[in-house]
Ligand binder design. Sequence first.
Ligand code: APR
Length: 313
Amino acid sequence: MKKKVTIIGAGNVGASVAQLVAQAGLADVVIFDIVEGLATGKALDISEACPLWGSSSRVNGTGAYVDTAGSDIVVITAGLPRKPGMSRDDLLSANADILKGVTESVVKVSPEAMLIVVTNPMDAMSFLAWKVSGLEHRKVMGMGGVLDSARLRTFVAWEAGVSPADVETLVLGGHGDQMVPLPDYTTVKGVPITKLFTWDMINALIERTRNGGAEIVSHLKTGSAYYAPAASIFEMLKSIILDEKRMLPTAAYLSGEYGVEGVYAGVPAVLGRGGVEKIMEIKLAEAEKEGFERSVSAVRELIKKMGINNQDD
Ligand code: APR
């Protein structure tokens, strides 16, 4: 039997993930949205593409949580996207309310599910989802690092004039403005970019990556990025469902790793059948360590603003 993936939010990101999962035949998909007919319409459209993709995934749209029952993985994209000039943090209180309600409803009918949180500010929302769900922390994670990495890989590939497939990178810390890219671990076919580019160039590429989401918002004006976010979620889903054990930058709960306790932050994690199966601890340079700690403090600040208890109880 195929795994069941539920996607909460049939907006740009949610529908794009549903398409990728169905097109690959990776799992059966349920799309849920509160806007009447939205999830049903998109699910029907995707279903009708399945014969053309040679996919046997079943795709259903719904506005009733009972239809999401027994999900193996739930991707939460429900929320308000960023508008021009808005930071991810501005979204905090509106999206916290949405996320809390969604998480409660999801775990009621899928108590065994894993959760992948996409709603921004994602690191803080992952913490909230973990708290509200009562799930083990290895089962609750956030998507951000894969996207930040993909953005950096793109810009490095353009600059080097090579395929992005030959570029690898590692990004730590919070999603977006607070991310901590690691130039020593950013390579073109194994060659660190520190050996290929000047520091001015490296810093420019990093700056563009940091603002990658905002750059797209400034063009779109009425919404935020969704193709690359969806592809990033898909990569995480695939690693979990196929037990690939890919090492992917993931917002994961830290219990002492990197000297940090009781918070979600972006770290290299091995994703497999068990969810976050392992967090890889790599040696950081002093400036990177400081950047990571700043980023963790920013997440803690948001958690405090949401008024949730920051203890693992
Ligand atoms: N339950 C279910 N769906 C909801 C809820 C809710 N309580 N509240 C809002 N939604 C739905 C909206 O109806 C909408 O269809 O979530 C969907 C969000 O879709 P978009 O507005 O298109 O946003 P999208 O671009 O997909 O971004 C999704 O990713 O980047 C983050 O912060 C961003 O939270 C946003 C998420």
